[in-house]
Design a protein around this ligand. Structure first.
Ligand code: NAI
Ligand code: NA
Length: 395
């Protein structure tokens, strides 16, 4: 079929298999151009199909020659209907990994469920024996609790007061004010239940109980802090409470891994265009200004550059550098004073008229469509392409 982008609200509901393959290939090429990492040999990535998780899987495989198992929740293709982009990304990743002689298998299902944890544990037991790194990179708006069956929904709301600020509809370029009403107590509980650390802990407990974690095992989950500007809706909002919980969970997990000298870390990453961040109000405007400033200073990074730096310059050093709260920081460039001061100044000036000049709206849009395999040079989007792509190592 001929596949063109089709957007609904903030998301794109089609994706292009060859474009997704190109996106993956670009990331593989980047990793191959860098010096190798002496790190993990067997890696499980939970949330492995897009964004930071995909970059983590690519870095593990092509940067350290690791065997990888990826867990994700993606829509397979049907005749006349495209798969979700994470499906095509994974198909392309596995094809390249297998060509390079690397073990790569995948599990598509709800990572929050006991069944998927069990299936993953069995696969590790059968094929790999033990694993030495688990990357936890889930971003989900909902979680069905495995014990109670209750379905929780996360929200992106401020706590205490209504928050009013500018935002951009990046599809139209319109900058306007939005007001987000303060959350309820229940919103906080729900968001922490979905995006906090409970499920990460359950994963590690399960794998530990089954004897599947190697000595000196490491696990990393991803967090975000960001500037004052977005604090009410991010770090001091409902999602921030979930991130606080995730960060606290790292210490609990480490406590339970003493006998194998295992350690859990949270890495604070940079703001980037992903399917998840596009859905957060205010953040797209911040990102489009941030990109402009970081590109001007030659400091811009995408997911793959971030994760390579995490592995190469943080995770596998003898002494892992952390902040006063014990977190790994790869948001150091985003948070630099000169960058933040410039973004804060541009923020005041941002209007529908000025944004295309002072912000990187084009860059934002381009990256957004790239997530779904669109806007890549060298791909003929008028040409018929086969949507029925399968993932070679899908279990
Ligand atoms: P993403 O939307 O690109 O990736 C989410 C992944 O989770 C996908 O692989 C998806 O298939 C998987 N997933 C979602 N629900 C699932 C379920 N029920 N079962 C199995 N897999 C499921 O998101 P992104 O942005 O890469 O986020 C990953 C982590 O990084 C999140 O914790 C996010 O808060 C964090 N982060 C994101 C930043 C950003 O600017 N995008 C900045 C800093 C941290
Ligand atoms: Na991810």
């Amino acid at each position: 079929m001929i596949i063109q982008p089709k957007t609904r609200g903030f998301i794109c509901i089609t994706s292009h298999p060859e474009g997704c393959a190109k996106n993956v290939q670009n990331q593989i090429d980047y990793i191959k151009s860098k010096s190798p990492i002496d790190g993990a040999k067997n890696v499980l990535v939970i949330g492995a199909s897009t964004g930071f998780g995909l970059a983590s899987r690519i870095t593990s495989a092509f940067g350290e020659n690791a065997a990888t198992i990826g867990v994700f929740f993606e829509k397979p293709p049907a005749e006349g209907r495209t798969a979700s982009s994470g499906w095509y990304n994974t198909a392309a990743f596995e094809e390249q990994a297998h060509k390079a002689g690397l073990y790569a298998k995948s599990i598509n299902g709800d990572a929050f469920s006991n069944e998927i944890k069990e299936q993953t544990a069995q696969l590790i037991k059968k094929d790999l024996g033990k694993i030495d790194l688990v990357i936890y990179s889930l971003a989900s708006p909902v979680r069905t609790h495995p014990e109670t069956g209750v379905r929780y929904k996360s929200t992106l709301k401020p706590i205490g007061n209504t928050y009013t600020n500018k935002t951009v509809d990046f599809h139209t370029g319109e900058v306007k004010e939005i007001s987000i009403e303060a959350c309820t107590e229940e919103d906080i509980v729900n968001t922490v239940t979905v995006m906090g650390g409970e499920d990460w802990q359950l994963w590690i407990d399960k794998l530990k109980k089954e004897g599947l974690l190697a000595d000196n095992f490491k696990t990393v989950a991803y967090s975000y802090i960001g500037p004052k500007l977005t604090e009410p809706v991010y770090r001091k909002g409902t999602i921030g409470k979930a991130k606080d919980h995730l960060e606290a969970t790292a210490f609990n997990i480490t406590d339970g891994l003493k006998d194998i000298k295992g350690k859990a870390f949270v890495s604070v990453n940079k703001a980037l265009v992903t399917q998840s961040s596009s859905a957060i109000p205010v953040i797209p405007l911040y990102i489009s200004l941030l990109y402009k400033v970081m590109k001007e200073k030659n400091l811009q990074e995408g997911c793959i550059e971030q994760i390579y730096r995490l592995f190469k310059e943080r995770l596998y050093l003898d002494e892992i550098p952390v902040d006063s709260e014990g977190r790994i920081r790869i948001d150091d460039l985003e948070m630099r004073d000169d960058i933040q001061e410039k973004v804060a100044q541009l923020w005041k000036e941002a209007t529908t008229e000025s944004l295309s000049e002072i912000g990187d709206l084009e860059g934002y849009k381009d990256e957004f469509f790239n997530l779904f395999g669109f806007n890549f040079d060298g791909i003929d989007y008028e040409k018929d392409t086969n949507e029925m792509v399968s993932i070679p190592g899908l279990q």
